[in-house]
Design a protein around this ligand. Structure first.
Ligand SMILES: [Zn+2]
Length: 368
């Protein structure tokens, strides 16, 4: 397992706290003669053209349509309130734009901020809420699920293996290239991401926050300015989907993004010094879905074994029924798959019925 960076995630419950405690640690700003001005913003509506992004039979709109609507609403609001700010869109219509080109557009225009807008999707219909990503090397399972989906767009591009130097979205080893990146704007990206989540939490319309996260997202890889990728909700969740399909809710989401932009610009233009308390950046909150559980384990404890197999199963194989976080132990010729980390047998037993719905043969095991 790769080591997880210590600055990873704002746990949803911590978001508000984190943002109000935003003033504890000074972060040096980019130095520039004559002070800083946020003059150019690039708004990136994810997907487009032959790449619809997330789709749902139950949704009137696909991800690419929601992304574009939000991007145009946000851009219009910025142009109205800040006529001096140059707003550049990576696409203003339903067309396909390569991932690398999206970042290139921002770089060529010397943008001061890059905002990529997306809609999430998960196998579990229970997964819901908003989250904002910054570029980073955290490869926890839940972050990688988003990465694989968002990065796999390159497979729809004509010459992706040349453009991305052999990068394969599904191959964990491919992500090593990201370890070489230098991100001079990490803190400012985190600051903007936190402002976005703060707005979502306080204003809605989707108030459930999955926090600020970092992940190796291709679209953020080579941008040379503070950059975030916002996932505004889940198309796979009925409540989020209903909200995302309403025009007035989308206006509210665009307003949240605008308010985050305005707050970011105020600080950026004054002295550009953003602050946050790294102690409040915590491990990811896992899905409430009973089958998705923390992966780190130490000391004697109980787990729930969900299945055993003579061959090693690939992540995402049908036998695992969508479970993305589990442990595998090779014992007596069998690969044994288990979830959970409970300190008592009773605690484990209380979670067993929920897991048995998916894995009727599941049982509690003691691990020493
Ligand atoms: Zn997307």
């Amino acid at each position: 397992m790769p080591t997880r960076s210590n600055i990873a995630i704002l746990r949803p419950g911590f978001c508000l706290l984190a943002i109000f405690a935003f003033l504890l640690l000074p972060i040096p700003s980019r130095s520039q003669e004559g002070g800083l001005r946020l003059k150019t913003v690039v708004i990136d509506a994810g997907h487009g053209g032959h790449d619809p992004g997330a789709v749902s039979k139950l949704s009137k709109m696909s991800e690419k349509e929601i992304n574009l609507d939000l991007a145009l609403l946000l851009g219009a609001r910025i142009q109205k309130e800040y006529p001096d700010v140059k707003v550049i869109y990576t696409r203003k219509t339903d067309k396909f734009v390569e991932l690398a080109e999206r970042g290139n557009i921002a770089n060529r225009n010397h943008a001061d901020l890059f905002i990529s807008i997306h809609v999430n999707s998960a196998k579990s219909t229970a997964a819901s809420g908003t989250e904002t990503f910054v570029m980073g090397t955290d490869k926890s399972e839940s972050n990688m699920a988003v990465c694989k989906r968002e990065n796999s767009v390159i497979l729809l591009e004509e010459d992706y293996s040349t453009t991305y130097e052999g990068f394969e979205p599904d191959n964990p080893e491919s992500y090593i290239i990201f370890n070489l990146m230098q991100n001079a704007h990490f803190e400012q990206s985190i600051a903007f991401a936190s402002l976005v989540q703060q707005q979502f939490i306080s204003q809605g319309p989707i108030k459930k926050s999955r926090g600020v996260r970092q992940a190796p997202l291709m679209v953020l890889w080579r941008t040379t300015m503070p950059s975030v990728l916002v996932e505004v909700g889940f198309l796979s969740n009925s409540s989020d989907r209903t909200i995302l399909n309403q025009k007035e809710s989308r206006q509210k989401i665009a307003d949240d993004l605008f308010n985050a932009f305005a707050a970011f610009k105020t600080t950026y233009d004054s002295d550009g010094t953003f602050s946050f308390d790294p102690a409040l950046l915590e491990s990811p909150e896992e899905e409430s879905n009973a089958t998705v559980l923390p992966a780190a384990v130490s000391g004697p404890h109980y787990e729930i074994q969900i299945l055993a197999s003579s061959k090693k199963l690939k992540n995402g194989s049908p036998e695992l029924k969508g479970v993305q976080e589990y442990r595998v132990r090779f014992i007596n010729g069998l690969y044994k798959y288990s979830v959970g980390n409970f300190s008592t047998k009773e605690e484990a037993a209380s979670r067993l019925p929920a897991i048995k719905k998916k894995f009727p043969g599941a049982f509690v095991v003691q691990i020493d």
